[in-house]
Design a protein around this ligand. Structure first.
Ligand code: SF4
Length: 352
């Protein structure tokens, strides 16, 4: 977590409000790995709510994935289909929204080039995810130019669709503020009118991983978003519980137990009461508690798991949805890049 105090402009954007009608939502996920439940509760669930009222551009961000996975481009591309299938399986509507693959819309990169030319390096050097993680980046062989300029590409990702709102967690405020500064500078220099995107804050729960530590891909403790029943059982079996419950007859405290934090995400009020009372009175064992949780997780994952399997097996339908989304994204991006070319004196439509 950054300890950098917010700028006055950052303080302004901490106040998020529901976007007005007609707003355009822009978001995406890096295609580095299979989605875990943090991706759902921290982002996808909010996209599903937003699509009821707003059009959204949702990108499988494979260029961003390459900043850390540049040695494995084939894996990065394989995760594109896997992740888009997951979004669709959980209910993201490809008609209401535009679902695209970042590298299939080259206008992202073209707009990024304009932004790169006018973004002072000092703006990027102060970004917490660069400043605080430089040593890690060196150790993991990802101390590269792509990772350094990542926030500039993010600004282009939003601006190329005239995105007005971006769902973010509080920890992403510095990134969004940087996007706004870049876009503001561009508008000032070239007389453009690209919208400065505003945040829609997500209520991201703190998720614990299967080992009780904070859920993180780097700890290999992430809980995959769709799992087979036996995988769910296996993951839960390995999960630690309140250490006070050494014997079945020892009472425990649910708030000290990672299993309970999952119950809060997947169990209804009746089951929560059952866990709380049973744990504190030792009326239930941890095995009973995990079994109930496993059943609840499985019933929530069952539908999307089957839908995702079908999409991946019947690949044509998935490929058609992706191709259609990329074509629609490209059409919108082309309009905007022509506008950018016009503002900057670069010839629109390459018209000599
Ligand atoms: S009964 Fe449930 S909440 Fe209580 S310690 Fe065991 S697993 Fe955790």
């Amino acid at each position: 977590m950054s300890t950098v105090p917010p700028t006055s402009s950052e303080k302004q954007i901490r106040q998020s409000e529901m976007p007005p009608a007609g707003s355009l939502i822009m978001s995406g996920m890096r295609t580095t790995a299979q989605l875990h439940i943090g991706n759902y509760h921290g982002a996808l669930k909010q996209w599903l709510e937003l699509q009821k009222d707003y059009k959204g551009f949702y990108g499988a961000m494979n260029w961003h994935a390459m900043t850390s996975r540049y040695k494995e481009p084939h894996d990065v591309m394989n995760f594109v289909r896997e992740i888009v299938a997951e979004w669709l399986a959980w209910g993201l509507d490809p008609d209401q929204n535009i679902i695209f693959v970042q590298s299939e819309v080259p206008e992202h990169v073209e707009l990024c080039m304009f932004f790169l030319m006018m973004t002072p390096m000092s703006w990027l050097e102060r970004v917490p995810t660069w400043k605080d993680a430089e040593e890690d980046a060196k150790a993991s062989d990802t101390h590269n130019l792509g990772r350094f300029m990542y926030p500039v590409l993010q600004a282009a990702d939003i601006a190329i669709y005239r995105g007005t709102h971006v769902p973010i967690g509080q920890d992403q405020i510095p990134h969004l503020e940087l996007s706004r500064e870049i876009i503001r500078r561009f508008n000032f220099l070239y007389g453009g009118n690209l919208p400065e995107p505003k945040p829609i804050f997500s209520q991201t729960p703190t998720l614990v991983g299967s080992d009780g530590r904070k859920m993180s891909k780097s700890y290999s403790n992430a809980f995959a978003l769709t799992q087979e029943p036996d995988e769910i059982t296996k993951t839960l079996r390995a999960m630690p519980t309140d250490p006070a419950r050494v014997k079945r007859t020892d009472p425990g405290e649910p708030t000290k137990c990672p299993v309970y934090s999952f119950h809060k995400l997947y169990s209804n009020a009746e089951d929560l009461t059952w866990v709380e009372a049973g744990c504190r009175s030792a009326g239930i064992g941890c095995g009973d508690c995990k079994k109930k949780l496993g059943d609840n997780i499985n019933s929530e994952m069952m539908g999307p798991r089957e839908a995702k399997r079908k999409l991946l097996v019947d690949g044509d339908k998935l490929d058609m949805i992706i191709a259609d989304g990329c074509a629609r994204a490209r059409k919108e991006a082309k309009i905007q890049i022509d506008q950018v070319r016009s503002w900057t004196g670069f010839k629109p439509n390459h018209d000599w």
